[in-house]
Structures are given as structure tokens and as C-alpha cells.
Design a protein around this ligand. Structure first.
Ligand SMILES: Nc1nc2c(ncn2[C@@H]2O[C@H](COP(=O)(O)OP(=O)(O)OP(=O)(O)O)[C@@H](O)[C@H]2O)c(=O)[nH]1
Ligand SMILES: [Mg+2]
Ligand SMILES: [Zn+2]
Length: 360
């Protein structure tokens, strides 16, 4: 296969030069399992393992190990089955989420993505707050978010749900689809350009694998067989896997998560999810204003004047609270470096906003 179809380009070829000089070849991680990786080179699909050096250098930080979507430098020994991964190329984008429970280490879901499909079902499982959280994750990833409303065949009032989803999604497009009948799937497929990589993210059962099967045009990924009162025989996705579409483009199927937690500790994502409220917050009297009770709070003033919808305000405050909690948890874990880079990001954002304002 031509590696450019998998997203290889001149910039990556440049980055790869030192590895090439050592006789290593470029490959992309398609599957990550507990004990091995499946990688694609231009010529073959190989089973690969990381070198001890990579494990040592990661020092227990799992996010530094190869993840699905990563470009890696592999050595293919003659007469030996397994290839070895000697280096991970810098990631262009990556989507991360907080691990469940009290563990506040980040989990990398997929890397080097152009686009992220945030899959939701147009049924009772639809949840506005979850969509907002997923949008924050997506904005922070560096990839372009696309909201997908699947299962429109079971929705009674699609117009209302679409309007709600579009309002929450702000600038991100929303695509109504049905994986069963194929309605809307062609339009969605047009969002996947040749050479692009798209990750499918969403809670279990929303139809991520079903949609990928539709896009592939064949039964490829096992999907859940929904049975009443019976969880047996479920074919739920248990690992992340990259699939090359026949018409070009790479998709990454991910296992559904039970819930989305925010990993980001005040990264730029929140601002893109609530841009109008963040812009207001810059005018609050107190720099650490929580926008709940403070005097001279610009957000509360606008809220009381009816200029911000109350539910949107409430989601915003809830998100701020969750971020504050994570920040505290991070502090307790002695998590300095990330917070420092956050402060830098925060400053440059404020500068950008101020600059924008002064030009108006
Ligand atoms: N009515 C309806 N059912 C759908 C649609 N898409 C998927 N389903 C059903 O929803 C169930 C779950 O689909 P999957 O594709 O396995 O869901 P998933 O998101 O991959 O789930 P995980 O792998 O657990 O994360 C299956 O029974 C599908 O047949 C749709 O558009 N309409
Ligand atoms: Mg699945
Ligand atoms: Zn305020």
C-alpha cells in the first residue's frame, strides 16, 4: 500500500530521516493489544513489540507508548516473525480521556486524527451534557469535531433533536444518520477524505461499529446484538482498531466508554465549547470568579438579563466545577508540568482574545 493513503506526507518523511538512516521503516499502529501491536508498513501487516528502551523511557507513563494511529519506526528482522518498534513519531493530534474513578492519568484513545466523529444515538440515551463534554475532548485533541446523530429511525421528533444538537455543537457540523437503512451515510462518508484519519468516539451501543460497517460496505466489525433482558452474545468492541476504507480514508473504531470525564485541566477546549461565556468571563471583577455568587460578575449579569440561556449557563458552571476538581486532584498527585503548560496556554488565549477585542 502507498503510505500516503494512510496519511504519510513530506513532513513525516522529514521527521523520519534519522530513523531511515538506521535502516528502520515507517509503519502505522492499527491495533494495540496487551502484549503486541499490529502495524501496517507499505508492504505488509506485521505483529510488533516495543523495545525495552521505549518501555524504560516511558517510565510508567502509558501515553508515551505507541497508540492506535501512531506512526512508528520499526525494524523488520530477516527470518523472524516479530517486528520491533524503536520509536514513536511526534503526534500531530491525539484524543485523550481521563481514566475512570479516582485515577487522574490520561488515556490516549487515538492519535494523528484529522477528524473525530462524536457518535450519539437519537434515542433516550441522548444526553446534552455528554455531548458538551465530548466536544471539549474533541476540541482539545486538535482534530476537527463532527457530531453524528445515529439511529434517527427510532426518533419521534428529529427536527427538535437536531436543533438541540446543532445548538450545542456550535460551529461543528451535525449529521443525522441511520446505520441500519444507510440514510445520511453518504453525506457522512464525504467528511472522510482520502489520506485522512477519523476516530469514532461514543458510549457503548450508539452504533459506532455499525456505522463503520456501513461505510466499509460490508460486515467487518462485530456489533452488539441487542437482546431484551439478556446481555449474552453481545459483540461489543473491546479494542481500538484502525480500518482502511475501500474508497480511501482511515477510520478508528473505539470501544464505547461508560462515561466521559474531562481530562483537560483548563485547556483551550472549554473556551471553544462555551465561547460566548468565556468571552464574558474576561470582564468579571475577580480573576478567579466562579460566576456563581461573586459581585460584579459579568456572566451573572448577562444571565440575569436573560442574554444567556440558563441551561447553557448551568452546563458551563458544572464544567468549571469539574475542572476545578481535576485541578485539585492533579495538585495532590504532584502534577506540575502539565499545569505549567496550561498556564502558558491560558495566557496566550487571553492575549488572543484581548487582541481581538482591541481590534474591534
Ligand atoms: N434502530 C437502529 N439501531 C441501530 C442503528 N445503528 C446501530 N444500531 C444497533 O445498535 C446496537 C449497537 O450497535 P454497535 O454498532 O455494536 O454499537 P457500538 O457503538 O459499536 O458499541 P460498542 O462497541 O459497545 O462501543 C446494535 O444492535 C445495532 O444493530 C440505527 O441506526 N438504528
Ligand atoms: Mg463497537
Ligand atoms: Zn464571573
Amino acid at each position: 500500500m502507498d503510505l500516503t493513503q494512510l496519511g504519510w506526507n513530506a513532513a513525516r518523511e522529514d521527521q523520519f530521516a534519522p530513523h531511515r538512516a538506521k535502516g528502520l521503516v515507517p509503519a502505522r499502529v492499527a491495533v494495540e493489544d496487551k502484549h503486541y501491536y499490529r502495524v501496517w508498513t507499505a508492504d505488509a501487516e506485521l505483529i510488533a513489540q516495543v523495545t525495552g528502551k521505549i518501555i524504560h523511557e516511558a517510565r510508567g507513563n502509558h501515553s508515551k507508548l505507541p497508540k492506535v494511529g501512531d506512526w512508528v519506526a520499526v525494524k523488520i528482522p530477516a527470518n523472524e516473525e516479530k517486528a520491533t518498534i524503536h520509536a514513536v513519531l511526534p503526534r500531530m493530534t491525539q484524543i485523550t480521556r481521563k481514566n475512570s474513578g479516582r485515577d487522574t492519568t490520561a488515556q490516549v484513545l487515538a492519535t494523528n486524527l484529522e477528524t473525530i466523529f462524536l457518535i450519539h444515538a437519537a434515542d433516550i440515551s441522548f444526553n446534552a451534557a455528554r455531548l458538551e463534554r465530548m466536544l471539549v475532548m474533541a476540541h482539545d485533541s486538535g482534530a476537527r469535531p463532527v457530531v453524528v446523530l445515529n439511529k434517527i429511525d427510532v426518533c419521534d421528533d428529529l427536527d427538535a433533536l437536531l436543533a438541540e444538537a446543532q445548538r450545542l455543537a456550535a460551529d461543528a457540523p451535525v449529521f443525522p444518520v441511520c446505520a441500519i437503512t444507510g440514510r445520511g451515510v453518504k453525506k457522512l462518508a464525504a467528511e472522510i477524505k482520502p489520506g485522512d484519519t477519523v476516530a469514532f468516539i461514543g458510549i457503548s451501543g450508539v452504533g459506532k461499529s455499525s456505522l463503520i460497517n456501513r461505510l466499509y460496505g460490508d460486515e467487518l466489525m462485530p456489533t452488539i446484538e441487542v437482546r431484551e433482558q439478556d446481555a449474552k452474545g453481545r459483540h461489543t468492541t473491546t479494542w481500538r482498531e484502525m480500518i482502511f476504507l475501500p474508497k480511501g480514508g482511515v477510520v478508528i473504531d473505539t470501544p464505547g466508554m461508560r462515561e466521559f470525564h474531562l481530562w483537560d485541566l483548563a485547556g483551550p477546549g472549554t473556551r471553544e465549547t462555551f465561547p460566548e461565556i468565556e468571552a464574558l468571563a474576561l470582564n468579571c471583577h475577580f480573576r478567579d470568579c466562579t460566576h456563581t455568587q461573586e459581585k460584579d460578575c459579568a456572566v451573572l449579569t448577562e444571565l440575569n438579563a436573560g442574554k444567556i440561556p440558563r441551561d447553557r449557563y448551568e452546563s458551563f458552571v458544572k464544567l468549571q466545577r469539574e475542572l476545578a476538581y481535576l485541578r485539585e486532584a492533579g495538585k495532590r498527585a504532584g502534577w506540575q508540568s502539565r499545569r505549567k503548560s496550561d498556564r502558558v496556554a491560558h495566557r496566550s488565549f487571553n492575549k488572543a482574545v484581548t487582541h481581538h477585542k482591541s481590534r474591534r
